[in-house]
Design a protein around this ligand. Sequence first.
Ligand SMILES: [Zn+2]
Length: 257
Amino acid sequence: MPVPRRYTTDAIVLSRFDLGEADRVLTLMTPDVGKIKAIAKGVRRTTSRLGGSLEPFAELRVALARGRTFDVVTQVSVTHAWLRLRDSLESAATAWYLAELADRSLEERHAAEPLYALLRRAYELLDAGMAAGRVARWYEMHLLDELGMRPEVDRCVECDRVLEAEGRFRWVPPLGGVLCERCPGPVHERTGLTLDGLKLLKAYQRLDVAALAGLRQAPLVEREVEADLREFVRQALERDARSLPFLDEVRHAPVAR
Ligand SMILES: [Zn+2]
């Protein structure tokens, strides 16, 4: 389908960098056109009409004109500002991390409705005050699902046996999920997935966000599953997320009172 010379779309800013004296290049995620690079000309001048609206962590309505290298932003309005998302450094850093994962997962100009809806929902949840770690795990699990790499947490990835509660488990992202105790697995395996860890991984696949938000879980298990899912995502996207060191830093920083 040919894209018209001018078009209007919903969009979330995934990343941006300054160009020249007053311009800014944006990576936008849109439901129908997928990921696009667009330029906002003169946006860094105080007189710019586009000005403050072209910010991340918001759902925008953007009018664009097709350009040779980048499409050109001609108009923008904010549909959802999600202002409370920015109140905590941890939730803002998490929002950057989720945007980066979306950016990594998308090819330019491929429709991305499910991934758009996923990021949009994650930002709503952060804005509503759901624990940032829970939102991030929920998002990682569903992102993997959308990418066709849903982790196997019900059956052994080697022998296909249903995992029993009394068994011992290993988390092996290169194989796509959990390995039972009877299968040897690769040499460089990650050992030790606890039963509680396995249950929490299953919960992220099965429970809706309301149930996840209310789930009580020991911090140790949360950290275990965080490490497990991060490892799986790193494996799936073939590298580390650049935003993670910052996220870890703000999360472990002492809270100012
Ligand atoms: Zn097995």
